[in-house]
Write a protein that binds this ligand. Structure first.
Ligand code: FPP
Length: 242
């Protein structure tokens, strides 16, 4: 599929991949089948984003709240993500994708961290799409952590209170290496952010789609990009005169 016809391609797209469970339930299948199908949709979204010239794609893979799901679903999801990275890493490398884990590493098991670390190291020099995978991610927890980091610097005299600016907070988040998302896509139809990129989303355009994540394809992605290109982004200012 060719470049988005609107021409105004967002630099950073973030996706809340919702609806895996409902996709499975509709087919009278166990929820894990929806997650497995969701990985296929993710692979095609990564390829499409890369072909469209989007610089950064951030996907919400596992939230800090997701640990509260039934143990077998949690185990399945963790295993699915690990296997996917092991299986796909060569192709992602060839496609020049840089993988970055955004989330809290501290409470993650060493086995999982090893897979992430090796995926990150292997692709660190890649210059194509940056794929931020939000794993064990929660925006409030991210802001608490950033606040602690900054407070520590103030306490040790490395920084003064007056040095705490909006940029300083952005630079203390897991996404410090990425610009704020221009566009956030949420599948599954729910109109909320679910603790995703709360600081970074201040001026993001949000497109909520009724499609369930495992069914999300290039056509839906293209539709979201078209919708984005028609929005007028004012960042709190008055409209620009024609
Ligand atoms: C939300 O659907 C989806 C998730 C919690 C998991 C998303 C994860 C993937 C698509 C796999 C990611 C894989 C890698 C390699 C990063 P839901 O289960 O909440 O669906 P529901 O709202 O219909 O119940």
């Amino acid at each position: 599929m060719g470049k988005n016809k609107g021409g105004n391609v967002p630099k950073h797209v973030a996706i809340i991949m919702d609806g895996n469970g409902r996709w499975a339930r509709k087919r009278v299948m166990p929820r894990f089948m929806g997650h497995r199908q969701g990985v296929k949709a993710l692979k095609s979204a990564v390829r499409y984003a890369s072909n469209q010239g989007i610089a950064t794609l951030t996907v919400y893979a596992f939230s800090t709240e997701n640990w509260q799901r039934p143990q077998e679903e949690v185990t399945f999801l963790l295993d699915l993500m690990n296997k996917t990275f092991v299986q796909e890493i060569d192709e992602l490398f060839r496609e020049n994708v840089r993988i970055v884990l955004v989330g809290d590493r501290e409470s993650v098991s060493p086995e999982i961290l090893e897979v992430w670390d090796s995926a990150e190291k292997r692709t660190a020099e890649n210059t194509g799409l940056t794929l931020n995978v939000a794993f064990n991610y929660g925006a409030r927890q991210e802001l608490v952590k950033a606040t602690q980091l900054i407070a520590e610097k103030v306490l040790t005299g490395e920084m003064n209170l007056g040095d705490i600016t909006s940029d300083c907070i952005s630079e203390s988040l897991y996404t410090a290496h990425s610009p704020d998302p221009d566009l956030i896509i949420r599948t599954g139809g729910e109109m909320r952010l679910s603790n995703f990129l709360l600081w970074q989303a201040a001026y993001s355009e949000i497109v909520v789609m009724d499609v369930l994540w495992p069914d999300f394809n290039e056509k839906h992605f293209s539709h979201a990009l078209d919708e984005y290109s028609q929005r007028e982004r004012r960042f709190g200012k008055v409209p620009v005169k024609e």
